[in-house]
Design a protein. Sequence first.
Lengths: 722, 270
Amino acid sequence: MSTPAQASGPAADPDDLEDRLQRFATIWSRAIFPVTATSMTRIEFEQHLLPLARLLSAALRARPFDVAPAQSVGAALVAAHCTDPDALSRTLGVVDSYLVLYCGAGADTPVDDLRARCARLQHALAAGFARALRERTLSEQEAIARSALAARAFAEQALHATEARFRAVFEDAAIGIGIADLEGNVLDVNGALTRMFGGLEQVVRGRRVTEWVHPEDAPHVWNLYGELVRGERDHFRVEKPFYRSDGTVLWTNLTVSLLRDPEGRPQYQLALMEDTTERRLLNLRLRYEATHDALTGLPNRTLFSERLEKALTAGEDSRFGLCYLDLDGFKAINDSLGHAAGDRLLVEVADRLQSCATAPGEMVARLGGDEFVALTTGPDVTARDAEELAGRILGALSTPISLDGREITVRGSVGIVEGRAGERGPADVLRSADITMYRAKSAGGNRYERADPEADARAITRHGLTTALPAALDRGEFFIEYQPLVHLGDGTVHGAEALVRWCHPQHGVLGPDRFIPLAEHTGLIVPLGRWVLEEAVRQARFWTHRHADGGPLRINVNLSPTQLHHPGLVGDITDVLERSGLAPGALCLEVTESALIGAEEDLLKPLRQVAEMGVDIALDDFGTGYSNLANLRRLPVSVLKLDRSFTRGMQQHPADPVDMKIVEGIVSLAHSLELAVTVEGVETAAQAEQLRALGCDTAQGWYYARPGAPDRIHSLLLADAV
Amino acid sequence: MDRPAWAPPGIDLSVPSVSRIYDYYLGGSHNFEVDREAARRAMEFLPGLPKIMQANRAFMRRAVRHAVDEGIAQFLDIGSGIPTFGNVHEVAQQADPRARVVYVDHDPVAVAHSKAVLDGNDRAAIAAADLRKPQDVLRSPEVSRLLDLDRPVALLLVAVLHFLEDSDRPYEAVAELRDALAPGSLIILTHASFEGLPVPQEQAGGTVGVYRDIRNPLVMRSRDEVARFFDGCEMVDPGLVAMPHWRPDTPPEQEDPYAFSGFAGVGRKG
């Protein structure tokens, strides 16, 4: 290792010099450590300075004298982060005071020369420091500038990418985007928005937002806009119409947002709009189609229901009148002229009806088929107004309608309901009108009737029973009573008539007259009739089984006209008889005279089949219709049941001789046709005796027994047996 | 509208940067006149500011060496600023050549400069992320590439937390980072405070005002408030102390009075 001590010459003690160098470094370190920025510790720093001290020491003594090492010491200080100017001045102070003192001893150079050398070394050190500091400063400045540029370039690149992405989003968005300043000047719009307005950019760009007032603007739109541009609101969303460049209307879902600067001050407004014009038109069309009748163009049931609902909830000073029209005999017209003609007729009727209700608050609607309604509403609507409306309707129909060169006269039945809003619900009002219309129709049609609460109530009860019928059958609410049929000859029980009853949960026990017509009307008579047949046959089989010795016991069951028409009739009867095991001869089916008079052969055929099986057929209520006596011969009938009106005349004493004669004649006729005769309504012993004397075969009536439970027949049979 | 995460903030060199001011305090020339102007004004109130920075550097150096002695070879230095000298990777890789270091800063210029300095060092990198969003830090590509978070890491938060205002939720940020680190990890932290300053608080307040003016508020916190950053950690001896008192190499009494400003400490996650 080349040390300055060795260069100092033989007179110097190397250990002594090293020790002095160390002390010099310590002094130096103490002087400048406080003004350095180094993260070295004091000890580390002192050790860092030691080689530099050695360099200075060597330079002081070297021959030839060279200041270059002092320059490198100055540079080394800068490299050790001693960049503070004080570090240089303190270093120079230490060198000036201590270098010759600590490192000059033992040198062969005179002290004055050493001092001169020391001064020159200081100059060189300062120059080296300054040069290094300048280099470092320049290089660091360059480095930081380069870093700043790099950072800026990166940021700009990223920003460009950001803007490119936003531009792409902006330009290619399917929804319209526009930016305006707070004065409303449109600054930028995208392609979608331009296209919405008709495709011309100048129509939107450079315009003012506030010019886009439209008569159909929601009332609050411009208040919201004012709040937004004043910074009181950050966004709003409305449905808003605009005018396109060609004057047509553009409907939009518009969202406007306020854009603020970093300090939160309102800066721009951003509008996003979605073109809803097509959707809106479609909605309007769908709404129209959903609320209007396709054939006549009149409002349909849906729209009418809305209006009626509105009229009935309009407030208590509001009144309404409703006319419910059903054309009379429209089905016949439809059937004879065809549906196309029927439709044209309905269109013409619709036009005429419309002309009847033109005042404000009046409307006409088609509920379906040939049912129409006219509604009039307002505070002053009276019963008279409603009747006048109905009158106008009937009047409008009175002129014949020309259809395919024919003059068709159309008539109608109108049910009128009128009253005060808030009292009844729409369904209630419509039902009342419907019931009333049917009343007008039942009264012959071509007229109007006003709603009547009692008539409504009756209809409603009937309606209630009708709708309750199917469930009643399922729940087993029906039962059968039996009325004995008695041999007039010996007074023995010959059989019984099955009579169906309905044990209604609210109305109690109802007779067949209350519900059989309803069951006929709805078709429920078929399953109900079958049930009665099964039940009665089962009962008859039971009696026969228990009283095998008492001869055949007959069971009479009524057949309604609808049952007669039902294709399953023969099958049902066969099936029931087979399953019960009852002999066909023990069953008698009662059919009313009116159902068979003038009947076609087709209708008689099933009855004939049943008769051929051995089942008796009785002609019920004989003598009430226009009895075609000649017709009796071709009917598959074996029994005549005389209507009770004939026996009623025999209750008097003495009996009505005309009645007597008629009965005698019928019995004689029947017997000559080999028909048995049964009489109904026998209430007294005298009656019974007279009927027996007239040759009647069997009788039933209160004189013998009222209809009752099956076990009562049972006890009568027992009585006979005794 | 929020600026998307993938768009960096713009570079405005007319605004002073705390990283470059710090460099100026340390005698560097990686700074511009706006930075030096701000630094000079701050030093009018606290002329010894450079000594505080120097003490921070010295503490960091001792703490990194301590971490290496503890067997930790991964370093995450958040708020690293402009690399000058005695940087974490130099200290750590000198002590253990395998040491891996990720620097994190949100100043784009500091990031660009760090990239230049670290070019060629495949065990050190700089991530551009913000301490306020710890997940951005933890999920940065640099952290993923260089650090194994299943093993202990020394997390350095030297002279950075005092630039987070309470509204930045600094405690939550530190907790989130701590939770992501493996047990045995160290948190190495220094923080500015009015406590320990050799001048009256009113005078130091002038410096706080300068930082407020350059929109980089300096938040002085009390000892207790600084101690809360170590929640969930066990303090390494000698605990939370003035910087010169933390495992000194030389007698603390020789240090400049300014070096005793603020607090330094190392905590170990259990």
